[in-house]
Design a protein around this ligand. Sequence first.
Ligand code: AMP
Length: 482
Amino acid sequence: MSLNAVKGTHDIYAEEAKCYQYIKNVFQAVAELYGYMPIETPILEHTEVFCRSTGEGSDVVRKEMYTFLDKGERSLTLRPEITAGVARAIVENKMLFNFDSPLKLYYVGPAFRYERPQLGRYRQFIQAGVENIGVDNAYADAETIALAMRVLNYLGFKGLKVKVNTLGDKASRDAYREALKKYFEPLLPNMCDDCKSRYELNPLRILDCKVKEDQELVKNAPKSKDFLSEEAEDRFYKTLSILSDEGIDYEIDDTLVRGLDYYGHIVFEVSGEEYGALLGGGHYDNMLHNFGAKAEVDSGVGFAFGIERIYSLMKDKGLFDNIDKGLDIYVMPLSEDLIEHGYILSEQLRGLGYSVESPYKAAKLGSLFKKANRRKAKVALIFGEDEINNGKIQVKILDREEQIEADLSTLDHTLNDIFNAIDSDDGCCCGDECEGDDCCCGHHHDHEEGHGEHCCGHHHDHEEGHEGHCCCGHHHKDDGDN
Ligand code: AMP
């Protein structure tokens, strides 16, 4: 029996966990800009949820699910994707009746697929995504793509392109499916076993086959655009014209079908030359009907991305380099008797919004500086008996090697001045001048008037002159008048 992590799973901690958190925060903030609400559904669902919704024709359901019988002999599955559970939850909780339509929901959480673990492919991974449900409209499709692009832009990805295709409405898809069957029938004996079962279950999925020889055959297969009803075609071109007007760079890729069975109308994938595919999604129909609901408009549109993939690309491209701003303050009491002073001072400073660490036991100054350095602390507060008796404290700005003696009674003002100066030197964490603008770091910069709206989606109203760490992990400086 092994006590190591299960094959294909991984631990996420420290710096990496911070980066994951950052990605989630930017995603959440952007989703909320578009009016989305969070949803969390159970990781465990009845297996039937995925068979009905994700689709028995998909590789995910056919080959990759973690399915088992529980002690009550129920067939349960660790979710391989999150949309199906969200659809189940919407119906079960009558959300379409309790909330205005469209219902806009976003999620972040683990998903499980029994795949061969390889670079960037795990058996447990984290998916983040949105579902805009109860809507069948070109604007909703375009808005979802715009949201996806904004998330990736704010994370720092450049030169992105959206590949789009349309699978049309039901009539278009039925006609297309028949044409594909006709085309592939004579070729099938020379195709892979997966394609043979895809042919029976969902021939559209053959277009997504990764086997080289099969891909050659796919090249000459009929194209979905030739089977579109007039309505479906108009709908597709309407979405594309909205994207063009917004300046979103797209390209039609008529082999794009996406991996899951529920898609119809537009499907899309965002990629960049330097990165490959980053995110995918599309429009779907009849999702709620699978769970017994008779919704007026049983359609929706959404996308999902894997946090692991986004993380590793961002790491490779140095997109996290400016994100970890380190600790604000390292408190350095010079003797065991002063540990309690250090503790109380740290708590007061945390109350003002600074991130602070102080030792629980006395240590040599050299070792405290080493620790402060490793924690990327900006300021050290050093004090011995003499300072405390005189109501003073030594304030050292670490990367400038500057040290001043400050009055303890006005330490908050001194620190405020110091951090204002540090922050104005630093500029924005993205390294750009970006006042009053949406910046690639995910911040909305509007410092001119002293109002800061931040990437975590919170508006920070700090007490006069104070600044603080925001839940996104950034240190935000406000000008003191908001
Ligand atoms: P899908 O649900 O197949 O459309 O996948 C959505 C996103 O989840 C993809 O863009 C991938 O980044 C991510 N993803 C899917 N499978 C895995 C996996 N086994 N390991 C890591 N990420 C995955």
